[in-house]
Design a protein around this ligand. Structure first.
Ligand code: FES
Length: 163
């Protein structure tokens, strides 16, 4: 009788130990398999992105630059992905404006006309001054201006793709 209860105890104890060990292995394996679907895929700049220093931009001369960032999915990080372009206009010793290259009318690429010192949209003849203000054309508003800040001489841009 005593042997039988000892056998039962050992049987229950070995099942409990086996179950615990199996759970210890199964939980990380299941977590690893499920992880990619639970993780949010991130596109573009999540925060401010560095676009150089003020010395990179001469005062009063708009400069078009390409914004790159990283994309991260489940297991991979892709660096240097092109996100879009912006016009950077240094307006003074310690000030600048950054505009979307996309026209606020229907999204065409706006160019800088050096000869007329204005931003020109080739699609419907939209015209904007160096401050991005609408001068003429069908655009309902001025050029989109991005938020920027300068930290330790580095210009930081809060970039979002505008269409
Ligand atoms: S898209 Fe620029 S004026 Fe129409």
């Amino acid at each position: 009788m005593e042997n039988k209860s000892r056998r039962n105890f050992l049987k229950i104890a070995s099942h409990a130990l086996g179950g615990t060990l199996a759970a210890g292995i199964a939980v990380p394996v299941v977590g690893l398999a499920v992880h990619p679907w639970m993780k949010e895929t991130v596109f573009g700049t999540e925060d401010f992105v560095a676009i150089g220093t003020l010395e990179d931009y001469p005062v009063g001369v708009p400069k078009k630059i390409t914004i790159t960032s990283s994309k991260m999915d489940a297991w991979n990080v892709f660096d240097g992905l092109v996100m879009g372009s912006v016009w950077v206009v240094r307006t003074g010793d310690n000030s600048l404006r950054v505009f979307s290259v996309n026209c606020p009318h229907l999204g065409c690429g706006v160019d800088w006309g050096e000869d007329v010192k204005k931003f020109l949209c080739p699609c419907h003849e939209g015209v904007f001054d160096i401050n991005g203000q609408k001068l003429s054309g069908p655009s309902p508003r001025d050029m989109y201006s991005y938020e920027t800040k300068i930290e330790n001489k580095t210009i930081l841009l809060n970039y979002k793709r505008m269409v």
